[in-house]
Design a protein around this ligand. Sequence first.
Ligand SMILES: [Zn+2]
Length: 190
Amino acid sequence: MEEINEMIITCPTCHEKESAKSIMKEIEIPHFGKVLETTIVCENCNYKHNDVIALEQKEPAKHQLKITKKTLSSRVVRSQSATVSIPEIGVKVEPGPKSEGYVSNVEGIIVRFENAVKRALNLFSDKDSLEKAENILEKLDELKKGKIEAELIIEDPFGQSNIVDSSAIITLLTKEELKNLKTGFTIIDE
Ligand SMILES: [Zn+2]
């Protein structure tokens, strides 16, 4: 069951009064609990932000899942504080001021990576970077079609994220791993 709550607010970016809409949605995720998804959209400056928070206290954890044709539809909760990576393909999103939290599925994560790489393509001019990006896009496409398999890793120092799949491996993050997790700098982000 979803509970939706809408509010008209002052935009946090352009500060125009009553120009932004805040939509809060409570979603029950099986085997994880309730999450609150917040979307803010401003009509005046087109600011848009999305985030999710888990409403129940969770432990800092690392979630690993083999991406196969079968697990493409598995649900994923990515909070703003999580690092998401597919090491075999060479893509990684770290938390940053612009990073977003969302409820999606494994395929949705791949599409977000594709979009991030496509945006980055426009910034590259040297041949090596372009070739590397094209190669990543090709692999992401094969992954999305279930032609190849790779591991998805989500690490969240605040335990707000999850991969809902019975074959996912969950391990609590060690102090050392927590220290190495970035909480601000972004390499590729949405
Ligand atoms: Zn605005």
